[in-house]
Structures are given as C-alpha cells and as structure tokens.
Design a protein around this ligand. Structure first.
Ligand SMILES: [Zn+2]
Length: 429
C-alpha cells in the first residue's frame, strides 16, 4: 500500500494528534520531530483532497471532516467557511492529547529534582501508563506500519533534549552520572546516582590494620581498617551513601605493606556531590591516619578499571620480607641451599587451612622468582622473596601441614614461627 492510501485509512479510522500520527511514519524521515511530520502529512492529505474534490466530492469531504476531527486547523476552517459546519475535534486515540503536557511536566519535575544532586551527565528513564503504550502499538500493528518510532523512545528523546538544554548538561546513555526516572502514573521523579571511582595506593606502616571492614557476625571486632578510614574522609566530602573498597590483592592484618604501596580503587556509592578537590582529600587522609596508613594522591578512575585491577593483582609479582624463627639451628650452608632451591621454583599450594572456610579447596601453582635467606641472630632469620601474586607466603614458610610443597619448614625439617612480615613491593604498584 502506498503512503497516501495508508494515511487515508488511518485518518478515517481513528483521530490522532499530529505527534501520534507523525510517530507512525517517523523513520521515513529521521530529521525533524514527530509533531512536524504529523502536521506535514495532514497538510499533504488536505491538499490532496482539495484537488480530488472535483472527481469525488463526497469521499473527499469525508476525509477532510476526519482531518478536522483530528484537530487539523485548515480542515476545521474549511468546514466552517465552506459548509458552515462547526466540527468538534475528538481527543487523540493514543494519548488523548496528553503527550505535550506529559513532556512538560516530566521536564519540569526532573529540573526541580536535579537541584538535589551534582552531575555533569544524565539520562532519563520513563514509566508510562500501560494503556497509552498499548494503544500506540495497536495502531502500528493494526495498520501494519513498519516505519514508526516507539512511543517511549520519542518521549525519552524529547524530555532529554529539553532537560539538557535547560540545565546545560550532556545526556549519556552508558553510565551517566545520574539517571532520572519519571513515573508518569504517579507524577514522581526518582534519582539513581552512579558511583564515583577513585584510584590510589596505600602503604600500611604498622601491623594490626585490616584492609576492609569486618563483615562477620562478630560485630565486636574493632580492628581498624583502611576501608573505614577512607569512609571517614570520603563519605562526608562526596555526601555518599556508602563505599566499596577494591584492592589489588590483600595482605594479612599482621603484615605491613611497604615499598611503593598497594594499588586500590575506592567506589563511592550514590555521591550527591561530585566536584571534590582530590588533592585535599589525600592530604586530609594522611593528616588523620598517616602514622598508620599513608595513601598516594587520588586519581579519577573508570568503572571498567575495577576488574582489571583484580586481574593484575593475580599476575603481578610481589616482594616480601619475612623474619622467622626456627626450632633447630640452621647452618650457613643450609641457608645458601635454601636460597638456591627456592629461586625459580614452582610451588604447589592447596588452599590454606586458615582460609578454607571462605575459599574453594584447590591446588594453585605459583612461582617463587627469587629468594634470599640470611641469619639475623641465633635462630632468627630473614628472607626476601619475590613471587607470583596470589601465593600464600606464610604457608610457603610453615608448610601448612604439608599442603604447600615445597616449603621452608618441609625442606629444613623443622618447625617455623613467623615473627614479622611485610610486603616490600608490588610490580606495577
Ligand atoms: Zn496523540
């Protein structure tokens, strides 16, 4: 069926406002808005009937009357002037002439709501009354129209354009700073605020600090954590609802983290403030907690950097300094042999007993790239180890009841007690 026949059939069957008519043919001309398209189509049909009037006046009159009923001005005045008829326009079958006011009230509500939160980019989501979307789809399927735009699409586009223009902000579909959701049934706006990500690295200068907050049932646990310290500095600055800590691996509570520090990304949930002086933040952190934990300057990070950080933590080499005590005295010769034996060695490590509750029991193959052992005094020794990320270093020393092979305790055939341990470097950190 050609366009003209389609158009006549629709106009005669149901009253549609300009916008709802234009939408059914939207993709035939992507430029200009649906209201203009609908108006142009009605004008075109009117002119066509003016020309066809001589051949079939009754049929043409029927179409012009239908046009007038759909609110087409030239048709209304033609009916009045030439036939003395005051045609009463009927409400649009799809929207009951409510679309423009829906766009206006959604735009106004969003603009009002937007003052509650700081953002650069935004997007809009809509909840529409089911009936209006259903009717629009019905028109498309009944008249077999394949080149129309979805109603929600049009409304979204129009509201986004108006909001963006008024507030001078950029729309962004993929991870905008904020998403406004307008509920057209309840006439309410809700806001979804996307997280802010900051990257930095930390040095843990003293023992006894956890990386993240204690999440077990035992709420009595009052071990200080880096996550908690970050919360105290970052949440008031960003007016956020919470914080997530993503570390490039972790060390135990009793292990210091030195060298260049361990990289991390901190995610601030639902920040109502986004413009924050990052330099001030890390200075404030170091002023308050710098005797225990020191962090590097913050940088903005993207959401996609979090999985990369976790992956790199597995790949990157780590260096440790371990001070340990043995039950029997170890000779210089044995220490030299140990250094040679461990340098360039593959370690088979079953999940340590102490983390077995939280982690799956499996064998990990990790590498010790370099190991140097030396005596400090009597039965006290120091080892410098460089190994794969993810190797459990304590177990490499005490052997974990034979679950880590080879181990220092296993090779020396003696018991080992770790006295002190620190991370001295992380590749890429
Ligand atoms: Zn309409």
């Amino acid at each position: 069926m050609d366009l003209l026949k389609h158009l006549k059939k629709i106009v005669i069957s149901i009253p549609l406002c300009d916008r709802c008519l234009g939408r059914q043919f939207s993709n035939l001309m992507p430029t200009s808005d649906n209201e203009t398209k609908g108006r142009v189509l009605k004008d075109f049909l009117f002119m066509n009937e003016m020309r066809a009037r001589e051949e079939n006046p009754r049929k043409s009159l029927k179409i012009v009357k239908a046009l007038a009923e759909s609110g087409h001005e030239p048709s209304l005045s033609f009916m009045k002037k030439n036939l003395g008829l005051d045609v009463v326009s009927k409400p649009c079958y799809v929207c009951e002439n409510g679309i423009s006011s829906l766009i206006e009230s959604a735009t106004a509500s969003i603009i009002e709501k937007s003052s509650e939160v700081e953002f650069k980019t935004f997007y809009v989501g809509l909840t529409l009354p089911v009936s209006i979307e259903e009717k629009d789809e019905k028109v498309k399927s009944f008249f077999k129209l394949k080149f129309g735009e979805a109603l929600k699409n049009e409304l979204n586009r129009e509201i986004i354009r108006k909001v963006g223009k008024t507030l001078q902000r950029k729309p962004e579909m993929k991870r905008p700073d904020v998403l406004f959701i307008y509920d057209a049934v309840r006439k309410q706006v809700s806001i979804q605020i996307n997280s802010i990500f900051l990257k930095s690295s930390y040095k843990k200068l003293v023992k006894g600090i956890a990386q993240t907050k204690w999440r077990g049932l035992d709420s009595e646990n009052t071990t200080p954590s880096i996550e908690k310290m970050l919360e105290e500095v970052l949440l008031p600055a960003y007016n956020g609802s919470g914080l997530k800590f993503h570390g490039a691996g972790r060390e135990d509570v009793d292990v210091k983290m030195l060298g260049e520090g361990r990289p991390f990304i901190v995610e601030i949930l639902e920040p109502r403030i986004r413009n924050v002086d990052l330099k001030k933040l890390h200075l404030e952190f170091n002023r308050r907690f710098g005797d225990m934990v020191e962090i590097a300057e913050f940088q903005n990070a993207a959401y996609s950097e979090v999985p990369r950080l976790k992956l790199e933590a597995e790949i990157h080499k780590k260096s440790y300094r371990v001070v340990f005590e043995t039950e029997r005295k170890i000779s210089e010769e044995e220490l030299r042999e140990l250094s040679e034996r461990f340098t360039g060695t593959v370690v088979n490590q079953r999940t340590p007993l102490r983390v077995l509750k939280r982690r799956k029991d499996k064998v990990r193959r990790k590498v010790v790239y370099k190991a140097v052992f030396k005596r400090l005094e009597n039965n006290l020794y120091e080892a410098s180890i460089t190994c794969s990320g993810g190797l459990y270093v304590k177990e490499l020393f005490h052997g974990d009841e034979g679950r880590t092979v080879p181990s220092v305790a296993g090779l020396l055939n003696t018991k080992i007690k770790i006295v002190e341990m620190e991370v001295t470097g992380i590749e890429g950190g």
